[in-house]
Write a new protein. Sequence first.
Length: 132
Amino acid sequence: MAEGSTLVDVKFLDEARPANPVVLTGDIHSSWVCDLKRDFSNPSSAIVGTELAGTSITSGGDGDDSSRSDVLALNPHIKFFNNRRGYVRCTLTPSTLTSDLRTLPYVSRPDAPIETRASFVVEDGRPGAVRN
């Protein structure tokens, strides 16, 4: 990638201003919910979109309850982190996108119970995810 570029072209999002852009990514063995900022080095910078990164339900290892508080403290645009296995379930209506971050306590044996660890809503016309 070119110097200064990111996987998501936030400059494009800022200039084009598409309605409620949401980036879905996954299989990074953890879940994240992040605001995409015009300038990540400026915490008061405008939010230009939302990123939902989902974990993988089939990867080896059960995950754990690590908090990554070190990373969260330095990145106020990160709204949520989870290190358990699972998936993101999205429900889309004309006015909202609701994401449920579903997790399992283990994948190393059958019959793990599943729970919604957190839910976030992105409203039409309001960039950024809000915990539900």
